[in-house]
Design a protein around this ligand. Sequence first.
Ligand code: AMP
Ligand code: ZN
Length: 113
Amino acid sequence: MADCLFCKIVAGDIPSTKVYEDESCYAFRDINPQAPTHILVVPKAHVSSIAQIGDLNKDVIADLMTAIGRIAEQERLENGFRVVSNCGPDACQSVPHLHFHILGGRKMGETMA
Ligand code: AMP
Ligand code: ZN
């Protein structure tokens, strides 16, 4: 999508700190980290949020989930980590390209919201 920030990052038109890439996914460090490790995992194909994840090929959905596990291992998050995907205004989604936050490196808060 022409005017999408994360599509531009995937295309390399906007710089990012890459941590992982495969055929269908790209992962990079969040510019405003909320934890010692804060990574965003996105599909290379544009869908706006998890509400539209059904528009992705099922192999891509599987690759996204597999990538999360691989990145956690690569980042040595063996003590645990949290995965978050904000969807829509009530969840304060600020970038309308599906992304999964991987948060780790410290004990997370006990409440989720
Ligand atoms: P969300 O609010 O769930 O839509 O998450 C969007 C995330 O993208 C936020 O955590 C931002 O800090 C992050 N972000 C925005 N612009 C960039 C960028 N250019 N590079 C890396 N992360 C970004
Ligand atoms: Zn996009």
